[in-house]
Design a protein around this ligand. Structure first.
Ligand code: 5RP
Length: 229
């Protein structure tokens, strides 16, 4: 059911794709629907080039015959289409459940427009029920983890901070970093949290996407709703 919804949201976003566009290609099951729907259009002659946000998406896009480029070759993109783990009515997002948040944020930031595609279960009043992914460098992991916990406590959270994959085999991102997932329950002031996290040495990026999404296609029982902030 939810997978059908994801496909419907992806199909709605596909309508925004025009020939000649430079596209950011997101990561995750919803973004994969988009890439799978884009493939046949490309094979039918639609001329677009994609910049993938993960090795996984790159492999899928290649298998669909979508021409790929890097941000070195194409530093400015027209449109990025990507999923989200949570989105609020202002289109503030939590992303990174699939571990691709760093490349996703770089690609979205290089795009004139970012469109989110999601099923209605991702819509929330306040961000934070989904644990916030925080990407960190492996060096100094223990110290960085302590520093993050301290900052979160200073901001009034009682965080549960877990290393994705556990200590024995921590998850490794495409950029060779690790991810700490911070269960914060409710994020009252996302901008303040974002700023504080980015000041910690060892933190590479986090999954709060603020002011990046221009629109969202959200698929629910009543159809696909377009939301703009
Ligand atoms: C990957 C992401 C995904 O967009 C997010 O996790 C949503 O995934 P899905 O579409 O599978 O629900 O941020 O890093």
């Amino acid at each position: 059911m939810s997978d059908q919804m994801k496909a419907k949201a992806a199909a709605a976003a596909l309508e925004e794709v025009k020939g000649g566009m430079r596209l950011g290609l997101g990561t995750g099951s919803t973004a994969e629907h988009f890439v799978r729907l884009l493939g046949p259009r490309v094979r039918a002659g639609l001329d677009v080039v994609g910049v993938p946000t993960s090795e996984r998406t790159a492999a899928l896009a290649r298998s669909e015959g979508i021409r790929l480029a890097t941000l070195e070759e194409l530093p400015e993109l027209d449109l990025t289409v990507d999923g989200a783990d949570e989105l609020d009515s202002e289109l503030a997002l939590i992303k990174g459940g699939g571990g691709a948040l760093l490349r996703e944020k770089i690609v979205a930031s290089a795009s004139a427009r970012m469109i989110v595609i999601a099923d209605a279960s991702k819509k929330v009043e306040t961000l934070g029920a989904f644990p916030l992914p925080i990407e960190v460098v492996p060096f100094g992991l223990g110290a960085t983890r302590r520093a993050i916990a301290k900052v979160l406590e200073e901001l009034g959270y009682t965080p549960r901070l877990s290393l994705r994959g556990g200590d024995a085999s921590p998850y490794v991102t495409d950029g060779h970093h690790h991810i700490l997932d911070a269960d914060l329950r409710q994020i009252g002031a996302p901008r303040a949290l974002s700023d504080a996290l980015l000041r910690i040495p060892g933190v590479v990026e986090h999954g709060l996407f603020l002011g990046l999404a221009a629109a969202a296609y959200i698929a629910g029982d009543a159809g696909v709703e377009k939301v703009e902030p």
